[in-house]
Design a binder for this molecule. Structure first.
Ligand code: PLP
Length: 211
């Protein structure tokens, strides 16, 4: 929600001190974070005990996901994980698409570089326009608006201007922290981003977010 990276080095040290396992849900990192897109643990250079990810976000919007971990945990989940037991397997076409996405991702440093460049450009453009962002480096970039009605008005205005965004407000985020959560991707061109920045500026003025 906030576009922050977990402090995995510190979390790993704490877990080691107290004999705990570390589990990371890496759905918002799989494929584009860390070397070869191997995720948050690889980015931090830390090994974790359980790692979950989705095939449905950076891997191209197919469906399905995975859990990696010790065999004993996997054996237990095969018996106890409710969406696993009594459900059909993924369709072969989806599996084929996911495997192809994994092949692309391993060698996609150019796409990851473009994503990072787009996130940097988008963050600095919104900041220069006068918006309040949560600081960071993640390509999830929340534009903080505070009030739920204001976030809804701003999102509706942006949709009218051809920029698709969704407002997030309580109970999805804490009260008073309503926002529009923007997300960068590698396919967006500089012209796309400039067009969206113009729309954000116009919508910000129309709704009174910007003076
Ligand atoms: C999207 C998401 C999931 C679920 O992924 P699906 O494959 O869409 O079911 C799980 N955890 C987090 C943190 C997510 O963002």
């Amino acid at each position: 929600m906030d576009g922050y990276y977990a402090k995995l080095t510190e979390i790993r040290a704490l877990a080691d001190r107290f004999g705990a396992l570390v589990m990371v849900d890496d759905c918002h990192a799989t494929g584009f974070t860390g070397p070869q897109g191997r995720g948050t643990p690889a980015r931090a250079g830390v090994s974790v005990d359980l790692l979950t990810g989705t095939l449905g976000k950076a891997l191209g919007g197919a469906l399905g996901g995975y859990i990696a971990g010790p065999q004993a945990v996997i054996d237990l989940l095969r018996q106890r994980a409710r969406p696993y037991l009594f459900s059909n397997a993924l369709p072969p076409a989806v599996v084929g698409a996911a495997l192809a996405a994994l092949d692309i991702i391993e060698g996609a440093d150019d796409l990851r570089d473009r994503l990072t460049a787009n996130a940097t450009y988008w963050r600095s453009g919104l900041t220069a326009a006068g918006f309040t962002l949560l600081p960071g480096e993640h390509p999830i970039i929340p534009v903080m608006l505070g009030d739920a009605k204001l976030a809804q008005a701003m999102a509706a205005d942006l949709n009218q201007r051809g920029v698709h965004v969704a407002p997030f407000f309580f109970p999805v985020v804490p009260k008073g922290q309503a926002r529009i959560r923007t997300q960068m991707n590698a396919a967006l061109t500089r012209a796309d981003l400039d067009q969206a920045l113009d729309a954000f500026t116009a919508a910000g003025k129309a709704t009174g977010v910007l003076a």
